[in-house]
Design a protein around this ligand. Structure first.
Ligand SMILES: [Zn+2]
Length: 221
């Protein structure tokens, strides 16, 4: 395998060639952010987030997950931590909220050897569509790409409990809450971040005259 990543913006690091050697180097959890940086998924600069707040960092999980070998490695690592967390309990299904949880949920399920289904919103309510079903008593884990407040995971957990399933654990690649998000079940993340944000009127980057950028607004970004 030899995939060339295209530089996506001026923040993107020098072109990297994707080789099995590189993928094997991102095996250790401490290299998670390294993989994000190398693939242009972790940007440093001055960004306007969807919330309107400004931040010196921006994460775009889809950009690191575009490499299936890296997604698979993350899935293996999360599955290993989940197995430790549940102490040998059987896991019958991984459940993810669409869209963000789809790829990583699939890879975690592959590593656990169970099925993967996803929830979607129907008139705002988290729901199972497409004929997906959970049987009462099944053990499930909820997987997202990034947890910020944990709100989406909590909605999935509530849905699964209404359907009679047990939610034995949850996980994400990145925890942006600094470890503070409490979703009511044991939880793991491959990397925990303390994300810095500023109100625009008190943003020190704005005060320095640095132009603010909305990620994804540039062609190819
Ligand atoms: Zn600013």
């Amino acid at each position: 395998m030899d995939i060339k990543a295209k530089p996506a913006s001026k923040w993107f690091l020098p072109r990297v060639r994707y080789t099995q050697e590189f993928v094997s180097q991102v095996h250790s959890p401490q290299d998670i952010l390294g993989a994000f940086r190398e693939t242009g998924a972790y940007l440093e600069g001055h960004f306007r987030l969807t919330s309107g707040l400004h931040s010196p960092n921006y994460l775009q999980c889809a950009k690191v997950l575009q490499y299936p070998a890296i997604a698979g490695r993350f899935g293996d690592d999360l599955a290993a931590r989940l197995r430790q967390l549940v102490g040998g309990a059987a896991i019958h299904a991984v459940v993810s909220p669409a869209m963000g949880g789809l790829i990583i949920g699939h890879e975690v399920a592959r590593a656990l050897g169970c099925r993967h289904i996803f929830t979607e919103r129907d008139a705002g309510a988290m729901t199972l569509r497409r004929g997906f079903a959970i049987e009462a008593g099944e053990n499930t884990v909820v997987i997202e790409d990034v947890i910020t407040t944990g709100g989406s995971s909590v909605e999935v957990i509530e849905l699964l409990r209404r359907l009679g399933a047990q939610v034995v654990a949850a996980g994400s690649i990145i925890d942006r809450s600094g470890g503070r998000a409490d979703i009511g079940v044991p939880r793991v993340a491959l990397e925990t971040l303390h994300v810095v944000t500023y109100e625009p009127q008190s943003c020190p980057l704005c005060a320095q005259g640095s132009p603010v950028v909305k990620p994804g607004s540039r062609p190819g970004a």
